[in-house]
Design a protein around this ligand. Sequence first.
Ligand code: SAM
Length: 249
Amino acid sequence: MPRTHQSLPRLFVDAPMRAGSILAPDKSQSNYLGNVLRMRTGDELVVFNGIEGAWRAAITRSGGKALELTVCELVAPQTPPSDLWYGFAPLKTGRLDYMVQKATEMGAGIIQPVITRHTQKTRLKPDRLRANVVEAAEQCEVLSLPGIAEEIPLPRLIASWSEQQPARMLVFADEGEASASPMEALQGLAGRRIGLLIGPEGGFSNEERALLRQQEFVIPISLGPRILRADTAAVAALAVIQSIIGDWR
Ligand code: SAM
């Protein structure tokens, strides 16, 4: 993907964008640009809103609490939203931030917290999850932000899958699967709508594994001979999916 003005800071601003638009970053964004990056009137950055591409913008008022930006020109067209569904059992806060950021960087389009028997963290803060998505998108030139679904218990996810996710296959990272490369299983899914499910630190219960493996829409995969930590497994599984049947090809 052509890198657009990679030397300029990038800022997500939830506002319409076209040449000449005036943008008012929020307080923390103004503080970041003005006090952390010490940007002043005339300095430039890239802004995006998740639907209208990336735009070069200039600071037209600085100093004081609120900066003002003026949008100059489109520098990258909007990318289509990803259809990659990513389900995971939330981990404790710090690693939860990491998992959401990595899923965004790796091209997830839907981020779905799934509550399983051994899930450590069941009360999530949607604003915090969203802030992690935005931070990762700003850092990695992601233009189409993944949506974050409300957490769902695994049994309800399975029961509603065919209706909620028609024609989507669910790649189940099963730590109990005999060690093997996931290459073949994934190649068989080329061209299909895909979801990925990663379990919690304590793994899936035997009942959960059996329930998942009974489903026609589930494709169990191994991630090799070692038991990976959940956040490692997430990045590893997303990497093989993107490289074999996803947007890295
Ligand atoms: N029960 C183990 C434990 O308590 O450490 C395994 C859990 S593992 C840390 C978390 C999740 O990562 C698993 O539920 C699975 O989704 C995925 N995972 C880790 N290693 C894997 C492997 N070798 N093959 C497939 N999935 C794996």
